[in-house]
Design a protein around this ligand. Structure first.
Ligand code: F6P
Length: 529
């Protein structure tokens, strides 16, 4: 494997950036080329993508495709999909794609199908059980963010008679108000943890169990009111849980919503809709596996991410879903991208001489517009924005939807167009100071423009479309990670804090500060009850 910065294409890209890329002006590019939108947009399964408002031209894509070829991306993708050890630091295959593949078309088919059938049958049983009105998922990171995001996104496909709750934080302010609203006889707790050792999840599960018993539940009833999704079936059994759906070490936590970790999704929307979610993801998997680089949306997005991060030097990307149901998508994507690609050494352990994961952040539109879009339009940093627009809503308020879409379009337009000082000067601005120098005022009221964005369009936020969208992001993250030559599937960076918390926990009780740095010792003394 050749690391991206050691390829001829990388050098060619650097030359292209100096000659054209740095100065590319979107307004001029559109004026020059009437076919720019058609040339730089494409329809992938369920997701249409307009890439034309990005700081690229067809030559940029040509050099980026060369980079993908020189880094052997197609062969490495094929190897991963076929079950190669794509997570070498943990010696694991990376096969979340197998969780949504038809039987016989990917590794591990029989075991995947057996657990999925059992999990979906159980979900249907819970859905038919009128006594269970509340389902509480206790999990964190990948055992929380994916299911939580999807359940929220697919609310219109859910059963209004059942409430789904998500408890993740070890902060008791998370679980306490949830428990206060529950009736133990009507509640199912799902303990979701790949390892079944995560401190937060185990602590919250113990709190839930103790609460259940305090409220009159019996030890025998735990079997009916607790279920688990884990790779560590023995630990779930030791906890006293008899209904456990397993999965495997080749499913990364942040890629696990398609596995038994998706149980809350299946309970919320039913087996048919869960299967449609998997089908949508599989359709995107096929596109990722089969489309030529130049028409392969996840590959193109990952390549553009590298172009922005390593040539333009952009440090972050903002995600703006114009659909309230996708409110948790930015948080989900933060884990997906930053836990996957927040790495500083390559596969050989060599320190990287270039930047990797950008900061990923965002809020649903239009709310973000009234919070941080000011900075996107007039701040000193250029931050590519990713808009997600959905053509057909699942609510009856056509007027609200039209306003939402107009805002979405207007933001990408404004980021690109900007506003010159001359236009700002000529405008009547009713709220502007009448006494301030007009020239100074015009400078405050002008926008640089030429700020890049991508717009995705879904026809409707169906289970299938959402599955395709999430898989698109998964493969795009793989693409930039593979180009950078890093391991996108481990997360050693979370270990140190976990170990230090283990050391500090008894010190909070004892007050022992021996060997601590002065700051930590001082803070510990302040925080002790
Ligand atoms: O934060 C580290 C991490 O291991 C994530 O990768 C994972 O999604 C999360 O913790 C939860 O882990 P588990 O599902 O094993 O409880």
């Amino acid at each position: 494997m050749t690391r991206c910065d050691r390829t001829e294409a990388w050098a060619a890209l650097a030359g292209h950036y100096e000659a054209h890329g740095r100065e590319l002006d979107l307004r001029e590019a559109f004026a020059r080329d009437g076919g720019r939108f058609e040339a730089l947009s494409l329809q992938a399964p369920e997701v249409f993508a307009d890439l034309s408002k990005n700081l690229i031209d067809t030559a940029t894509l040509h050099f980026l495709a060369d980079l993908a070829r020189e880094c052997a991306l197609p062969a490495r993708r094929d190897a991963m999909l076929a079950g190669a050890v794509a997570n070498p630091t943990e010696g694991r295959e990376v096969l979340h794609t197998a969780l949504r593949a038809p039987l016989g078309s990917a590794p591990h088919g029989a075991e995947v199908q057996a657990v999925r059938d059992a999990m979906l049958a159980y979900a249907e049983q819970v859905r038919l059980d009128a006594q269970i009105t509340d389902v509480v998922n206790i999990g964190i990171g990948g055992s929380d963010l994916g299911p939580q995001m999807v359940v929220r996104a697919l609310e219109s496909w859910g059963d209004p008679g059942r409430r789904l709750h998500f408890v993740s934080n070890v902060d008791g302010h998370d679980i306490t108000p949830v428990l206060a609203r529950l009736d133990p006889k009507r509640t199912l707790f799902i303990v979701a943890s790949k390892t079944f050792t995560t401190q937060e999840t185990m602590a919250n599960a113990q709190v839930a169990r103790a609460w259940f018993l305090q409220q009159g539940g019996t030890v025998e009833e735990i079997a009916r009111h607790f279920a688990a999704a884990t790779t560590n079936v023995a630990a779930a059994a030791a906890f006293g849980i008899t209904t456990t759906f397993g999965f495997w070490d080749w499913v990364g936590g942040r890629y696990s919503l398609w596995s038994a970790i998706g149980l809350p999704i299946a309970i919320a929307v039913g087996a048919a809709n869960f299967s449609a979610l998997l089908d949508g993801a599989h359709a995107m998997d096929r596109h990722f596996a089969e489309a030529p680089i130049e028409r392969n949306l996840p590959l193109l997005l990952g390549l553009i991410d590298v172009w922005y991060r390593n040539f333009h030097g952009f440090t972050s990307r903002s995600v703006a879903p114009y659909h309230q149901g996708l409110a948790r998508l930015p948080a989900f994507l933060q884990q997906l991208e930053m836990e996957s690609n927040g790495k500083r050494v390559d596969l050989e352990g060599e320190l990287l001489p270039f930047a990797t994961s950008p900061v990923v952040w965002g809020e649903p539109g239009t709310n973000g517009q009234h919070a941080y879009f000011q900075m996107l339009h007039q701040g000193t940093d250029v931050i590519p924005v990713e808009f997600i627009a959905v053509r057909r809503p699942t609510h009856p308020h056509a007027d609200l939807h039209a306003k939402l879409l107009a805002n979405c379009l207007a933001q990408s337009q404004a980021l690109m167009q900007g506003k010159t000082s001359a236009v700002a000067r000529a405008e009547h601005a009713p709220t502007a100071s009448a006494t301030l120098d007009r020239e100074v005022l015009a400078r405050h009221r002008s926008f640089p423009g030429n700020r890049p964005s991508t717009t995705f369009v879904l026809d409707q936020l169906t289970p299938r479309a959402l599955g395709a969208l999430i898989a698109l992001y998964e493969h795009r993250v793989w693409t930039s990670g593979a180009l950078w030559g890093i391991n996108s599937f481990d997360q050693w960076g979370v270990e140190l804090g976990k170990a230090l918390a283990g050391d500090l926990l008894p010190r909070l009780a004892s007050g022992d500060t021996a060997g601590l740095d002065a700051s930590t010792a001082g803070l510990l003394a302040k925080l002790r009850g």
